[in-house]
Design a binder for this molecule. Structure first.
Ligand code: FES
Length: 320
């Protein structure tokens, strides 16, 4: 992982809900932190000894460079990431990457609809800060299991642009895209973030209602099963256009595995096809796209995620 780590210190830690902790990180030397745009995330080096790195969205106001605000849900099956973050205390040192963003605000849209499920509120909260500051027209729909499971609810509940939807509430307050968002409009961008089931529900409802796929912007926290490795995967050759080197990618390895094994300086972060950091251009061959971060249009333009995607052709040439 080719990160330049920034040293930060936990200035504040508070339990936002029983399962969500909010951390305020300040630069360890007191300087301003690198700027970020709404929707960005950082890598956090949760455990240096184990090399455990996790990605978290920045949810504070993007204009405030004095701090990075993270909200972290403890996962019941945590392999150390969220549990490590919950174990942090005020004054602890935390190493983070510079912010990255594959989930920005659509500059062409005149109306913005933010659709959050659970902890998916985090990047959308940053977007609401930016949209607010530029006077853009927006609304937010925030779905959670219950009021006590919803983070930042006290900040949001009096805002007329925000509608809260709780799974344990009456049926008529559950999110319905047609009722709550209305008919498709070409000037409107939808932004969706949350658990897989929520994302699938919102995206399929939007497409069925006639929203254009290009109007739907989303960020996943976990890869979809559809993109998982298959027992039918076959070997292929990856060719690096700049050096002419060629490597075989066996069924059990990813392109990124092979590049790193051969000491190629390839970018990467999540290794799950959800962050966009490993994306490079395909120059020849027929890619088999298996990421959850690039749009159909970006695939058509030749962008390729080395950490998950494979090749239909026997040779795939990359701009590396
Ligand atoms: S490393 Fe994150 S998408 Fe490939």
């Amino acid at each position: 992982m080719n990160n330049t780590w920034l040293d930060t210190v936990v200035e504040d830690r508070r339990d936002e809900t029983d399962r969500i902790v909010v951390l305020e990180l300040l630069s360890a030397d007191g300087s301003d932190l690198p700027e970020f745009a709404a929707g960005a995330h950082v890598d956090v080096l949760v455990n240096e000894r184990l090399g455990l790195v996790r990605q978290y969205s920045l949810c504070g106001p993007p204009h405030d460079r004095s701090r990075y605000r993270l909200a972290v849900l403890i996962e019941s099956a945590s392999r150390g990431g969220s549990a490590g973050m919950h174990a942090l205390s005020k004054g602890d040192l935390v190493r983070v990457s510079k912010p990255r963003n594959k989930f920005g605000i659509d500059d062409e849209a005149r109306r913005h609809v933010l659709l959050a499920g659970g902890i998916g509120i985090t990047p959308l909260l940053a977007m609401s800060h930016t949209l607010d500051s530029i006077g853009a027209e927006y609304e937010m729909h925030y779905c959670a299991r219950s009021r006590s499971d919803a983070a930042f609810v006290e900040d949001l509940e009096d805002d007329p642009r925000v509608t809260l939807h709780f799974d344990n509430g009456p049926d008529d307050q559950r999110l319905s895209l047609s009722t709550d968002v209305g008919s498709p409009r070409s000037d409107t961008a939808l932004y969706v973030c949350g658990p897989g089931g929520f994302m699938d529900f919102v995206v399929s409802s939007a497409l069925n209602a006639g929203w254009d796929a290009s109007s739907i912007h989303m960020e996943r926290f976990a890869p979809t099963e559809a993109n998982a490795a298959s027992k039918d995967d076959e070997s292929f050759i990856v060719r690096l256009a700049r050096s002419g080197r060629e490597f075989e990618v066996p069924p059990q390895d990813t392109v990124l595995d092979v590049l790193l094994h051969n000491e190629v300086d390839a970018p990467y972060s999540c290794q799950q096809g959800i962050c966009g950091e490993c994306v490079v251009a395909v120059l020849a061959g027929e890619p088999d796209h298996r990421d959850d971060v690039l749009t159909d249009r970006e695939h058509e333009q030749g962008q390729f995620a080395t950490c998950t995607s494979r090749s239909h052709s026997t040779i795939l040439e990359l701009d590396l």
